[in-house]
Design a protein around this ligand. Structure first.
Ligand SMILES: [Zn+2]
Length: 179
């Protein structure tokens, strides 16, 4: 047996076939490991400005001028009033409401594959916002807790998807505003 096929896992041949087996000549089965990748283009549409401003180190949300609700992540349309919203800039500070420690990475794109496990995903209520923003929190898993003050940090490294231009980090004691 040669090893000319690098993707080969094994060849399975049944020891015996029942008499009259119509598929007798086809019972030997070769298994190979294949990988499927697909590149595609998509538009960030009405959310584009949020991602473009991340490159400038600015964190934007949207506010409904009808009910005043502030959406982070932004929504172009308020689901309560069906009114078109306005862009507003937030400080990027907030508080962790809940979180999850990922010990296995979905590895869904190059940015996610670059993350070492375990890592923390947190739902953050940003100051001035009314909705939760789920994203990566760069903190040790045992440091994460509900109520942790965090802020948006901006990546200096090139990223694949612009959402990875930002991540959350704990607000250091030295950064904390004095009451
Ligand atoms: Zn509204």
């Amino acid at each position: 047996m040669t090893e000319k096929v690098r993707s080969k896992i094994d060849i399975r041949v049944p020891e015996s076939a029942p008499a009259g087996d119509a598929w007798a000549q086809f019972r030997g089965v070769e298994r190979i490991a294949m990988e499927l990748t697909q590149s595609y283009k998509y538009s960030l549409g009405k959310y584009s400005r949020f991602f473009m401003e991340l490159e400038n180190g600015r964190f934007l949300a949207t506010r409904c001028h009808g009910c005043g609700k502030v959406y982070a992540p932004p929504r172009p349309l308020c689901p309560n009033c069906l009114a078109v919203t306005d862009w507003v800039e937030l400080s990027g500070e907030g508080v962790v409401k809940t979180y999850s420690v990922l010990r296995f990475s979905p590895g869904s794109n190059d940015d996610v594959r670059a993350l070492e496990t375990p890592y923390v995903l947190a739902y953050v209520l940003l100051d001035g916002a009314d909705t939760l923003f789920p994203h990566l929190l760069k903190a040790a898993p045992d440091q994460a807790h509900s109520g942790l003050r965090v802020r948006v940090a901006y990546s200096d490294e090139p990223v694949h998807h612009p959402i990875h231009l930002m991540y959350f980090v704990p607000v250091a004691d030295s950064e904390r505003q004095q009451p």
